[in-house]
Write a protein that binds this ligand. Structure first.
Ligand SMILES: Nc1nc2c(ncn2[C@@H]2O[C@H](COP(=O)(O)OP(=O)(O)OP(=O)(O)O)[C@@H](O)[C@H]2O)c(=O)[nH]1
Ligand SMILES: [Mg+2]
Length: 195
């Protein structure tokens, strides 16, 4: 069983040669800018601000590593922020594609989408990439506290259709505000490192 309460910040990497050269399992968190990746990581790790959150998306293009006992959490830089320049987009793909090319020990990828909206083109590209590469991944629908009951029912149904191709991929409805989905996600993470 993972101890989720003893995490430390390890490093923020803007250059692939700064990545540690070991075989620790890495749980990867991916999603568009501002979707709530850092908030989710803090919630899972029971910390207020270990992962820096911001209401202004797209600030840094770095991969952030958090160390737990026997594994890491990897916070990928968010994609899809409208205001980034072409060179920043290149930097994002260089870093993220480069990270995956290193063929690290990745038992699980947590792909986060905003519960309120149809996944974006970039969300679908990311999901298709994970699927086609055969990664073990879970889709987390974030910010579900922002929907009322009616809206939520509607979005749950729509999401099933939108992600029909991936119907065997587990979906978790999540909120960093209410804590919904936290225990389920922790279970999925625990299971992934057992195998
Ligand atoms: N209501 C609500 N707000 C959330 C939730 N998760 C995140 N937020 C808010 O959404 C904003 C972005 O959250 P972050 O956790 O910084 O998002 P991120 O995906 O790490 O963003 P970048 O690192 O900038 O790509 C912040 O203002 C958070 O407080 C949630 O579950 N519910
Ligand atoms: Mg973040």
């Amino acid at each position: 069983m993972i101890n989720f309460n003893e995490a430390t910040f390890e490093k923020s990497v803007g250059n692939l040669n700064q990545i540690s050269n070991d075989n620790l399992p890495e749980i990867v968190f991916s999603g568009k800018s501002n979707v709530g990746k850092s908030s989710l990581i803090n919630k899972i790790l029971n910390r207020k601000s270990l992962a820096r959150t911001s209401s202004k998306p797209g600030k840094t293009i770095n991969i952030n590593f958090y160390k737990l006992k026997g594994l890491r959490f990897v916070d990928l830089p968010g994609y899809g922020y409208a205001k980034v320049s072409f060179s920043e987009k290149k930097r994002w793909s260089g870093l993220v594609e480069g990270y995956f090319k290193l063929e690290r020990n990745i038992p699980l990828i947590v792909q986060i989408v905003d519960m309120r909206h149809t996944p974006s083109v970039l969300d679908f590209q990311m999901i298709e990439f994970l699927y086609s590469r055969g990664f073990n991944f879970v889709i987390v629908a974030s910010k579900c506290d922002k929907l009322n009951k009616t809206q939520r029912n509607l979005r749950e149904k729509s999401l099933e259709k939108e992600l029909e191709k991936y119907k065997n991929v587990q979906k978790i409805f999540f909120s960093s505000v209410t804590g919904e989905g936290v225990e389920m996600l922790k279970n999925v993470i625990n299971e992934s490192v057992k195998n």
